[in-house]
Design a binder for this molecule. Sequence first.
Ligand code: GDP
Ligand code: CO
Length: 411
Amino acid sequence: MLIEMPRHTEIFGSVKIHELQRVLKLDSGGFENPRAKDISFEEIKDVFRHLAIVIPVKDEKIHLLDGVLRAIPFDCSVIVVSNSGRDAPDTYKMEKDVITKLHEFSQQEILIIHQKDPELGFAFYEAGYDHLLDKDGLVRDGKSEGMIIGMMLAKSLGKDFIGFADADNYIPSSVREYVLDYAAGFCMSESPYSMVRLHWRYKPKVVEDKLYFKKWGRVSETTNKYLNLLLSTCTGFETGVVITGNAGEHALTTKLADIMNYSTGYSVEPYHFVYLFDEFGLKTEDIAYPDAVSAGIEIFQIETLNPHIHEEKGEEHINNMLLGSLRTVYHSKLCNDYVRLKVLEELGDILELEKPKKNIIMPPIGGIDTSKFTKMLESNSETFVRFEQGAIVREIEKEQYLKGEAFQIST
Ligand code: GDP
Ligand code: CO
């Protein structure tokens, strides 16, 4: 892959935010130049083997999930965390059937679990991590909550990198590109604490009767504006470096995933920035993560070659997203009166209260005993299934071996 070098990197304490980088060629020929980096497919494949792609899904069209699953490169492991309805027709069962079929054909490693599985809630409880549980001991609704489940399963597989892909994508091959872009980001990273966030080149919309290749959505544009304002008022230098505030499609190293705080629902992505600014932006006396501080935290922002076409979910969803996003800025430790006022003005009528509520924040998952957590799921959970890579092939080989048919040494 040939990818533009970042023109500039904004440094805020230990956080390095690289400016947007465009994908110049998905498949390149090894010719480097000072403005672009060539990353070979071998290097990218090396990352794939250590990468799990988590797909949070809630009642999406089954055709869309099917397309997304089929687009993810074989060497990555796939983790589907579903919060879909279980009443007849049981959408979760449909999702599991699609996965079972796909595994039969492809032999790719795929895991699936249901967010509301009582044993999953219990495993979190037993692990001492009850921050995502409701009063009945079940995991709450929410995309972020689903992502945390996915990250725990990725850790149980011993993965070094975790990426996310939404299930409501209409263009399967764009998902393949996202995974390539993640891997490219990790190939460029110099720190074990890094994150890759994607920016769509276009988000096409039907305007009157034509396709219009729109660059910005309202929520992303506004979220970025306030994240940049927060940064600018802290440093005293105006910046527009943040352009991936709401990037649902992002990936991070497991080392970084282990030390992040997570905000609930859809505010999870903008809060990544707010948390990193709050925790690693300014020098503080008590350093919680000295390794990360000395290695630095790198954020790559990559512009995809493919456009993004996903399910449109209506005005209420957009407003909730905007509210969730701007609340993270409002409640940042670094936010001053001026920024708070600007946020209130921006929210206007969307805000029903006098000031925005705080989002629920979930602490790092790094301290959870992963093997105990997974063992509990393996022995008790009814919805958790792990389809291993090459499992059927190995079963056939075992049978052949027992029959004395295989492993004959040829001379
Ligand atoms: P948008 O694309 O950012 O507007 O948000 P979407 O509504 O498309 O959500 C992103 C992804 O998260 C989709 O694949 C949803 O199906 C999924 N999702 C939404 N809510 C939940 C949830 O409560 N749990 C899980 N596991 N996934 C969810
Ligand atoms: Co979507």
